[in-house]
Write a protein that binds this ligand. Sequence first.
Ligand SMILES: CC(C)(COP(=O)(O)OP(=O)(O)OC[C@H]1O[C@@H](n2cnc3c(N)ncnc32)[C@H](O)[C@@H]1OP(=O)(O)O)[C@@H](O)C(=O)NCCC(=O)NCCS
Length: 175
Amino acid sequence: MLTGELIRLRPLEPEDADTLWRWHNDPEVTRWLTADHAESLARIRERFAARKPNSYGRASFAIESLAVGTLIGTCTLRDATPEQGRAELDIYLGEKDHWGGGYGTDAMRTLCRYGFDMMRLHLIALWVVVGNEAAIHVYKKLGFQVDGRHRQSFRGQDGEWHDEYLMSLLEGELL
Ligand SMILES: CC(C)(COP(=O)(O)OP(=O)(O)OC[C@H]1O[C@@H](n2cnc3c(N)ncnc32)[C@H](O)[C@@H]1OP(=O)(O)O)[C@@H](O)C(=O)NCCC(=O)NCCS
């Protein structure tokens, strides 16, 4: 368990599948997330039951609110290799009533600390759609910087193309 001030990060459990399926079918939650093909509830349950354990190459966590002890989101460090010392980070909160409460910032900080201190990463990178102002605000608040801009790399639910920022945080830069 990794504990922050408002949240704890724990491994995902098979029982989490139904909640994630609900979130994946909420257009407000997925607005700025890369769309995948729709997945049946039965399929996501199977996938979660057969989940591989967390590893250096992919460490996924459930984000739980410490106050109520319920699942509110997920976050992942993926594609890390010890040789490169870099990983990509994904995060979202599926429980919308928790948006704006500081949980995302705390979860990111906790996960980045884990990446730098335990995994000995040198760099954590992420992609974010240019219009996702709240997320960009959170990432900058934690010390992430914009490295570049990918043109029209994200197709929104409105069918429009959006640019994305590549952002990164080096060890020693976490605020
Ligand atoms: C992005 C996300 C993880 C942030 O988590 P959160 O718990 O809602 O964020 P926090 O409460 O920690 O911080 C929100 C900050 O953004 C600010 N903010 C909110 N809306 C904003 C906007 N439209 N423009 C700029 N800043 C905004 C808040 O004022 C707050 O800043 P402050 O702490 O300096 O006051 C969460 O909202 C989420 O999962 N959203 C949907 C999925 C998503 O976009 N994931 C990221 C994909 S890259």
